[in-house]
Design a binder for this molecule. Structure first.
Ligand code: BG6
Length: 491
């Protein structure tokens, strides 16, 4: 844990990520008593802001518990006392020197030497990651305590650019000082995967190719890329959520048992399993882009290409992808891991489906496959599709669920937001839920050849389309069936 006091500098404090995620998470940590006693939070951005404007901005998205309105408001007022703001440029040494001088004279003078820790949270666009990291390292690096730097994707656009970024950052901060956020690793059900796998004996012997037929990790969002056309078009759905979020979930499902719950032991196993995955074959992909639903009921939704923030009106960037990954090791050979992700679909859902094989010599013709479902969001749940005798005089088999729906089971427990959990990990110096540099490289290696083919409009790449608000391209059902997924289960 961080001994003593800490100054958290939020760089890019006036941006969306900081307002929507970082400050609300910091407030919840404060409210729940998890910020070290002597914590100060300094917002840093280019915009000149009065203190009052800054407070307005960064507290705008903080939600207070209405049942306890006055007490919550008091806590928020206390929290505001911890907040400071410094305007400065991202590429001038003088600006970081001013930041350093401010922290030293105003915040650290009462803190014990040796315990004057600093956390730099970079809520910034990738174009300034390295210049800002350099400015901080040269001019605002703590010499009387620990330094931690928190960065967030995109970590490059392919293997080469990601390696370059790792190299540049690595020259400025050590790997133990760097925390690469993949916020999916802060989600409750993602954090639960290891617990479920490695603390329940019923899974240890069936978690392999002998018993598991296929695995699907699905990400669905019901909204398009409206307003984010600029960013999104450069990245596309594979870079946006698959190479990072979905692949992290896959690693946790597929990795071997780590020798301990130590961060490096866990990350070692993730890297190992990623290294067993060959680059994705074009044949194992289905790509799509959404089109508007101008004749639909109610809201007329614009297609991807019609978004005014999109510059390239003939863009071939995928907004949907289904990709199949194969893990070439003894445990998983021949088991398809199907990653599916899309914007502008029919619902909001992230889940993992682990479909087991058919029962051998099945006595009961109507028995369906077992399937373990981990619902990450919304409404966290873990359930197992399970065959049961129809209660009563019938001997018919019915499929039912062994159901652990969190809101029924853990009625008094609040589930923290991913950022709250991850920021606490940073303060506790726990890297388990952060991406290590070699892990990042191993992840990019799997996707880079396919991404380059998409970027170059290679003739072998076929782009399908799907309607805004639909289940995805019409080809999807056949695609997953081809890899053995039995949809008769999916109700
Ligand atoms: C981000 C992507 O990393 O994750 C977004 O850039 C996506 O496009 C978001 O919407 C999804 O996160 P969550 O927590 O809302 O599922």
């Amino acid at each position: 844990e961080l001994q003593g006091s800490v100054t958290i500098v939020v760089l890019g404090a006036s941006g969306d990520l900081a307002k929507k995620k970082t400050y609300p998470a910091l407030f919840r940590l404060y409210r729940n008593g998890f910020l070290p006693k002597n914590t100060h939070i300094v917002g840093y951005a280019r915009t000149k802001l009065s203190h009052a404007d800054y407070l307005d901005r960064v507290t705008h998205y903080i939600k207070l518990n209405k049942d306890n309105a006055q007490a919550e408001q008091d806590l928020l007022d206390e929290f505001k006392q911890l907040l400071y703001y410094q305007a400065g440029s991202y590429d001038q040494d003088a600006s970081y020197q001013a930041l350093d001088a401010f922290i030293k004279s105003q915040l650290e003078s009462t803190m014990a030497p040796g315990q004057r820790n600093r956390v730099f949270y970079m809520a910034l666009p990738p174009s300034v990651f390295v210049p800002v990291a350099r400015g901080l390292r040269r001019n605002a690096y703590a010499t009387e305590g620990a330094n931690r730097i928190v960065v967030e994707k995109p970590f490059g656009k392919d293997l080469e650019s990601s390696n370059q970024l790792s190299k540049d950052l690595g020259q400025l901060f050590t790997e133990p000082e760097i925390y690469r956020i993949d916020h999916y690793l802060g989600k409750e059900m993602v954090k639960n995967v290891m617990t479920v796998r490695f603390s329940n004996v019923i899974f240890s012997h069936v978690w392999n190719r002998m018993y598991i037929d296929n695995v699907q990790v699905t990400f669905k969002e019901p909204f398009g890329t409206e307003g984010r056309g600029g960013y999104f078009d450069e990245f596309g759905i594979i870079r946006d959520v698959m190479q990072n979020h979905l692949l992290q979930v896959l690693s946790l499902i597929a990795m071997e048992r780590p020798i301990s719950t130590d961060a490096e032991a866990i990350r070692d196993e993730k890297v190992k399993v990623l290294k067993c995955i060959p680059p994705i074959d074009i044949q194992d992909s289905l790509l799509g882009q959404y089109v508007g639903d101008a004749n639909g009921e109610g809201d007329k939704k614009l297609g991807y290409l019609e978004d005014p923030t999109l510059k390239n009106k003939s863009s071939l960037t995928p907004t949907f992808a289904a990709l199949v990954l194969w893990i070439q090791n003894e445990r998983w050979e021949g088991v398809p891991f199907i990653l599916k992700a899309g914007k502008a679909l029919d619902s909001a859902k992230v889940e993992v489906r682990i479909q087991f094989r058919n029962v051998a010599g099945n006595l009961y013709k109507s028995a369906a496959r077992n399937e373990l479902v981990i619902r990450v969001q919304p409404d966290e749940a873990l359930y197992m599709k399970f065959n049961n005798k129809m209660p009563g005089l019938s001997y018919q088999t019915i499929q039912t669920d062994l159901d652990l729906t969190y809101e029924n089971r853990y009625t008094d427990l609040a589930i923290p937001d991913a950022y709250e959990s991850l920021l606490l990990d940073v303060l506790r110096n726990d890297h388990s839920n952060f991406v290590r540099d070699d892990e990042l490289g191993a992840a990019w290696r799997i996707f880079t050849p396919l991404l380059h083919k998409i970027d170059q409009h290679d003739a072998a790449i076929k782009m399908t389309s799907y309607k805004y608000g639909s289940r995805g391209p019409d080809e999807l059902d056949d695609f997953v069936r081809k890899y053995g997924y039995d949809r008769s289960n999916a109700h």
